[in-house]
Write a protein that binds this ligand. Structure first.
Ligand code: PMP
Length: 469
């Protein structure tokens, strides 16, 4: 299929764009309205889509339906929160029961203890738990705790790893040199960006040298399966090396388990890889599809959040922490129902198996058609590498770190990514834009068949429109 070189058809003239437009007239109408209230008509950057985003009116299990009544197999999965699928009966029941008892007490309550106890039992590093409302807040608090604990200012993070949108982690720019501070994005103070050093992922020696050469590093934060749930995977042994280096230099090791928590295993990536960080951030699954997150970790580090008594009386915590919806009863109810199910069933394993089947079948298709792309990923993810180099590529090469992270993440032309996303949608699949998907424990054989035939149809059009070289 790749051998026939054709002139590339631009997105604006693509049959894919035409088909999507024909299928989604009500989304187009709602978008015209949304554009008058929201910047770019959306409430999250990842929901932006040309010619218009998809507007969804309901969801159940592995599926969702748009405002024109079209059905989709969903691989957004609530941005990774819905490992049980949409509206799992156990979660609906728990939340409904709690709704009748009140949504916010402005007081402590028993369910928040039960929720935190489950986390404590499941996540190896979780000696103590502090709830926040979002993953962004959790990473912000984790970094603040690390600075308070060590009394040091600098942070180390990895290029491509995402930790939310607060100032300390959102300043990254592609012009940052390895080990150098980030270039501040508009609206972020350069003084803040200057305190974060960005390292190349998978370069253990680089991190070792950096940590040996300076005494002012408070924390090292990373996504433990690599950027964006393994879109740019970390090489085997990397986590253990980070543990060893940070322990040696008194640096707080933070695993951002916002996605991997309760997904890689019941205790997250740290349990799966047997590497225990000092702190971890969890969100998404922890609150069962409702807003909620937590920073968890060593008791002495979270001690900065504790009140103390001294001769002078009660002393306020070193770090005061507020947050209207911290530990709220609705998220607690959904979180408890979800964590209990994950602990007592094989849902994580089912999600892993479904994702593996999708990866295998997509790779079979690519091989049969002679397309030099590949599907890869671990756990309940599938990622598609739209390789533009002539060298053959394989999941093994990607997982061994032989494909540079910058080729895996951010190198594919936006027009091609858009065609892929729209092409999947026209065949009833809502894949994420990088492209790939996050799979739940309720995706079934029919979903997998639909996904693979959608991809087959998409490849045929991409070949016809000159997108496969
Ligand atoms: N860390 C990681 C690894 C994430 O994937 C995300 C969200 N996608 C965040 C932090 C931020 O979480 P939230 O969207 O809940 O603020």
């Amino acid at each position: 299929m790749q051998a026939i070189a054709r002139k590339k058809v631009p997105l604006s003239e693509s049959q894919i764009l035409r088909a999507y437009t024909e299928k989604t007239p009500t989304s187009a109408r709602l978008y015209a309205r949304a554009e008058r209230v929201f910047p770019s008509g959306v409430t999250h950057i990842a929901r932006y889509l040309e010619p218009h985003p998809l507007f969804v009116s309901r969801a159940a299990g592995s599926r969702k339906w748009d405002v024109d009544g079209n059905e989709y197999t969903d691989y957004f999965g609530g941005h990774g929160a819905l490992i049980l699928g949409h509206n799992h009966p156990a979660v609906v029941e728990a939340v409904t029961a709690q709704l009748a008892r009140g949504t916010h007490y402005g007081a402590s309550h028993e369910l928040e203890i039960e929720w935190a106890e489950l986390i404590q039992q499941m996540v190896p590093c979780a000696e103590r738990v502090r709830f926040t409302s979002s993953g962004t807040e959790a990473t912000m608090m984790a970094l603040r705790l690390a600075r308070a604990f060590t009394g040091k200012p600098m942070l180390v993070r990895f290029a491509g790893h995402f930790h939310g949108w607060h100032d300390h982690v959102a300043a990254s720019s592609p012009t940052s040199q390895p080990g150098e501070p980030q270039q501040a994005a508009p609206g972020i103070l350069q003084e803040i960006a200057d305190r974060t050093l960005v390292c190349p992922p998978n370069d253990i020696d680089f991190v070792r040298r950096l940590c040996e050469s300076r005494q002012d590093i408070a924390a090292l934060i990373l996504e433990p399966t690599g950027a964006t749930f393994g879109h740019a995977p970390l090489v085997p042994g990397f986590l253990a090396a980070m543990r060893e280096i940070t322990a040696r230099h008194g640096i707080v090791l933070i695993f951002d388990e916002v996605v991997t928590g309760f997904r890689c295993s019941t205790g997250g990536a740290q349990l799966h890889y047997h590497v225990t960080p000092d702190l971890a951030t969890v969100a998404k699954i922890v609150a069962g599809g409702y807003p909620g997150a937590a920073v968890v970790g060593r008791a002495e580090i979270l001690g900065a959040l504790e009140h103390h008594h001294s001769g002078a009386g009660l002393l306020l915590p070193a770090i005061p922490h507020q947050g209207t919806f911290n530990g709220n009863p609705i998220s607690a109810a959904a979180g408890v129902a979800t964590l209990r199910l994950l602990r007592s069933t094989d849902i994580i394993e089912r999600a892993n198996r479904a994702a593996a089947a999708i990866r295998d079948q997509i790779n079979g298709l690519l091989r049969r058609q002679g397309v030099n792309w590949c599907a890869y990923g671990e756990f309940s993810a599938f990622h598609i590498f739209c390789n533009s180099d002539p060298e053959p590529v394989s999941p093994e090469a990607i997982h061994a770190g032989r494909v540079h992270w910058s080729k895996l993440k951010g190198a594919t032309a936006p027009e091609l990514l858009e065609k892929i996303r729209l092409g999947f949608l026209t065949s009833g699949v809502d894949a994420v834009g990088w492209p790939g998907g996050i799979v739940s424990g309720v995706h079934n054989a029919q979903d997998i068949d639909r996904t693979v035939s959608a991809f087959e149809k998409l490849l045929a059009v991409l070949a016809e429109e000159g997108d496969l070289g």
